[in-house]
Structures are given as C-alpha cells and as structure tokens.
Design a protein around this ligand. Sequence first.
Ligand code: GLC
Length: 440
Amino acid sequence: MKHWKKVFGIMSLLFLSIFLAACNSTDEQASSETGNSEKETTEEKQEEEEKVTLVYSSGVDTTDATEKLIEAFEASHPNIDIEYREMPADTGQQHDQYVTAFSAQSSEIDVFEGDVIWPAEFAQANYTLDLDRFIKADGINMDDYFPGTVAAGKFNGKQWAMPMFSDAGMLYYRTDIVDTPPKTWDELIKQAKSLKGEAGTQFGYLMQAAQYEGLVCNAIEFIASYGGQIINENNEVVANSPETVKAIKKMQEIVNSAFVPDNILNFMETETETAWIEGQSVFARNWPYMQASSNDPERSKVIDKIGITTLPSGDADSAATLGGWMAMINRYTEHPEAAWELVKFLSGPEGQKIRAIEGGSAPTLKALYEDADIKEASPLFANPEFQKVLAAAVPRPVSPIYPEISDILQIELSSALTGDQTAEEAAANIQTKVEAAINE
Ligand code: GLC
C-alpha cells in the first residue's frame, strides 16, 4: 500500500513538473506573441506557485457539514485546494491510524480533526504543531471559547489544538410517545419497559455499549450520576467505590433488559443513529449531532417527533461526558501556513456556524449561542440550559497516557456487561490497573 503511494507520488511529481514546464513555455510564447507585460506573467507564475493542496481528514460525518465546510473554505481561499480523507467513525480506530502515520513522520495529512482526548498524547509524542505563534500573529482571543474546550487542547502551557465543537451526552426521546421525560435512571427503565412497542417502536432505549471509547463515555455518565469518579481532581484513582459499583450495576441492568436491542453490546454512535432515525426506539443516548440526522427529511422517520433533554440522574445528579473535536496540524506538514488557515477557519465563527447548522454540533465559541440563525436551526442551542450542561460536563483525564487508561476501562467495563465479572470486580480491577498505569 505504502509502496504504491510512493510510486504514485513520484509519478505525480513527474507529471507536475512536465505540466509546469509546458505551462511556462506556453506562457513565454503567449507573452512574446501578444506582448503581455512581464509583470502580469510574474504575477500569474506566482499565483501558480502559491496554489497549495492540503489533505484534511476527519472521522465519518453522517451530516452535510464536512462537505459544506470544504466548499466554503475553498471559496474564500482560492489558492488552497482541499483533498478530503475520510477516517473510520470509531475514534479509537482513527487514533491508531494517525499514530501509525505520524510516528513514521508521514507528511501526507496536513490538517486533521482530533478527539479532545488526544492533544496531550500527540503533543508529548511530537506529532502536532504548537499553534501559539499562529494564534498570536492572528490576534485570536482564546477567551472567546468555553474554557473547558481550550483546556483540552493545552499541554505543557502550549495550545496544540483549536476547539471546533463540543459534545455532551444527551437523552433523546420521542415526543409523540413520551409525556414527561424521565428524571432518574429508574424512571427511564420503567418508561422504556412500558412504552416500548408504541408508535411502531421495537426498543425502549439505545446507548453505546460496544467495547470502545463510547462505552467509556456512557460509563462516566452513569458513574458521575451516582456521585462516583475514576480519577479525582488531585489525580488520585478513586474508582473502587460503592458509587461506581452501583453505576456499573445499573448499566448491567439496562444492557440485560428486554427493551434494548439484542446486539446492544455492538452498538456505537452509528448503530444508535440508524435505529433512532428509523423510528425504532422510544429513548436514545447520543451526542448533539443526532439532532441533524433526526431532522433530515431524506433520512429520518422521526422528523418533528424528537425532544432532547439531560440524561437521567442516579443518586447524585444528571451528568454528561464532555466530548468534542479539535483542529490540529501534522508536525510534518509541508504547508504550515496554509494548514493554519484551514484550522483558523474550522475553529473560527464561520466554520463553527456551518457545523452547528448543517451538522448539529455544538459551538465552542460563546458568542455563537447568540447567533439568530444557529438558534433557529437548533432548539437545543437556543436553550440556555444547554450551555450549563456543556459547562458542567465531565471531562476525561487530560493525560498523555489516556489511551492506556481508556483501554483498561473498556476491557473491565465490557467484561462486566457481558457477565464475565461482577460490578464489584470491575471496580476493583479498574482501581488497581489504572493506578499501576499512572504510576508506571
Ligand atoms: C464523540 C465525542 C468524543 C468521544 C467519542 C466516543 O465523538 O465527541 O469526544 O471520544 O464520541 O465515541
């Protein structure tokens, strides 16, 4: 695969130089024939030379946002063409592909969208460019962003990633079936059981229970809603607690119930979205983007039948995991200046507005919640309570060893959900294994 790319790369360079040489000789001919001024020719040449193609990659986008973003960027930057690379939907798989490319110092991808859990690791590994000089030169005020989103891109005092959109787990419900959305997990279980089957539904609840990063996000919500934590503010591992055990037991109760799909342990965001917009479930947990597909006339059977609210509480409060995506530049890019232009656009007001309206994703720029078009496109973003949910959302640890911590959580939680170990065993194993990883 790599070998072919190399050969292809050399061949395209060859073609390019033949093509440029041909262009130059035609230019020269044309100017001597028509008497074009030398100045014009130089300008034309410069323009030709300055034209840059950037490779920009992101995970699968089921909305129109990425396409619209590229169109708008190219229209306002005639000297930069974008070649788009689609990466897998699963954040863990994407992560591994980037690690493979960047650890081989590949310059193939210039700009990429990174999960909020990556910047610390990527900065430490020297995979990404430090953005401070660009931020300073363009006078970007980082205080215009929600502080949590800026913090996710900061490591060792430097900004490595620009916030593009924020995620927080939300409860979707069918307004044509549900009178009052549940306030607690026990109420959710009760309603999911009794309402399943209404209006053609097959399921009461959908969540992300496959063994991957999304399971960690769902679990953090359960654990925090019962008052538990994995790692506290002082960086101490506090996973082995009655609160965590209770939360894992509630997850077990839900995934083993008859109101979730039989294959719930294979469910990620895409499976959730597909079943939800088909009208198969009364409730679902997902990120804000699902509002876009729920209201897409070409795909959705639940148009105007969905409400979005906070996730249920356990013994403590309702809790959402803080997710989101950031724009980053490959350290080995051959076009840092052009790459920054794209990063600036994606994380700036114009790019974020397109993503909010077309993609249903939550802006990280505070001012955009006052934007009339955004408020009109999304009742969620128009609701001032949503900003409070974002502000209170539980972040995952900002740590260069986050992938290791996440792997432990994925394995231990998953084996509790399949019944291979008890909730107590899972909490105890998470405690010892995460502690060992941190102290290594
Ligand atoms: C969403 C979140 C991201 C999270 C992922 C898990 O994409 O924005 O932060 O890691 O879901 O599947």
